[in-house]
Design a protein around this ligand. Sequence first.
Ligand SMILES: [Ca+2]
Ligand SMILES: [Ca+2]
Length: 155
Amino acid sequence: MEAARERMPGKCSIDEFNCLIDGTCIPLIKFHDCILDCLDGSDEYCFPGHIKCGDFCVELKDFGECLLKPRCGILNAPKYCMKLNSKLCLNSDTLPCKGYGECIFVNWVKDGKHDCYDGSDEDPEYVKILQKIKEGREKQASNSLDQYSATETIQ
Ligand SMILES: [Ca+2]
Ligand SMILES: [Ca+2]
């Protein structure tokens, strides 16, 4: 967790993530979005306490079950699959949980209820990262809005 936080932001600007090995800057919105953007894949590394298994990072307690059945959506899928909110990731106003490839709505963060399976939406350290992702997204949205109004002015 410490390592990930140190790189947000590091040499890069406030709305970017530093890739671990080559130090490339990628937009924070690409952090933990289940797509490799850093050459070294460090934007998709698991946080300490989580282990990569199949498509996502799981807690140690679920690793055994995940090894046997690394995917959700199959017959006899791991028990935790029942509770995951992975479909929510298709919505634009969601944020990634620490593990399990899950997403939750922005207003579920720090609302006193564990919405992420791993409870990371209520974890003060992880919430700081979510906050930065949210700020990065808002900054990018306002940038594209600026570009739009610039085009408007030219015409
Ligand atoms: Ca990514
Ligand atoms: Ca919550």
